[in-house]
Design a protein around this ligand. Structure first.
Ligand SMILES: [Zn+2]
Length: 186
């Protein structure tokens, strides 16, 4: 799945799960968005991925997703004081790989993924009751990543597998989103 989808589904699940984790909505969303920085592993073999390759077959941390998710789960039992935060990390990683699996099944068809993103966007807007900063944050999360990648692809004519720039942009966008989520989502 692409950046918008990861951010929006993270916020959606954070909204539904924050209370049971015993954390605020904003911090849960911020942590869950930040776990998608696992996509930094795409930097290793970016030249083999035209944007439609299966992450699970190619990218190192995605290939061993069960170790990543398993480690996060075990850590929730080991580090008791940090448990709520680690549960949010576990939820974020598990959701990330689930959404990557869905995207993979959809063969990274751009229209299918965009429809999924819009559905997550609308459902989350309803759940946050259209609060102003949440609307701004979610709308930016939906539009900006597509805008950035569209500009790289059509504006600058850079093929996805010719440059690591897409993945560097992904890391930057996820970091910014995680930083803002805590303030925007209350
Ligand atoms: Zn991924």
């Amino acid at each position: 799945m692409y950046v918008s989808g990861h951010i929006l589904t993270s916020v959606l699940v954070a909204k539904l799960g924050a209370k049971s984790v015993n954390l605020g909505f904003g911090i849960t969303a911020a942590i869950m968005i930040a776990t998608s920085l696992i996509d930094a592993d795409h930097l290793f073999y970016y030249y083999l991925d035209d944007g439609t390759a299966s992450s699970f077959a190619l990218h190192p941390l995605h290939r061993f997703w069960y170790l990543v998710v398993g480690t996060a789960l075990v850590s929730t039992f080991v580090f008791k004081r940090a448990r709520p935060y680690l549960i949010a990390v576990f939820m974020g990683l598990a959701l990330h790989f689930m959404m990557d699996y869905v995207a993979d099944r959809a063969q990274y068809d751009l229209l299918s993924l965009a429809v999924l993103d819009v559905v997550a966007y609308v459902v989350t807007l309803i759940l946050v009751k259209f609060k102003r900063w949440s609307v701004v944050f979610l709308t930016a999360s939906l539009i900006v990543p597509y805008g950035v990648n569209g500009f790289l692809l059509y504006g600058l004519d850079i093929a996805v597998d010719s440059s690591p720039i897409y993945h560097i942009a992904t890391i930057i966008m996820l970091s910014v989103a995680a930083l803002f989520a805590r303030k925007a989502l209350k």
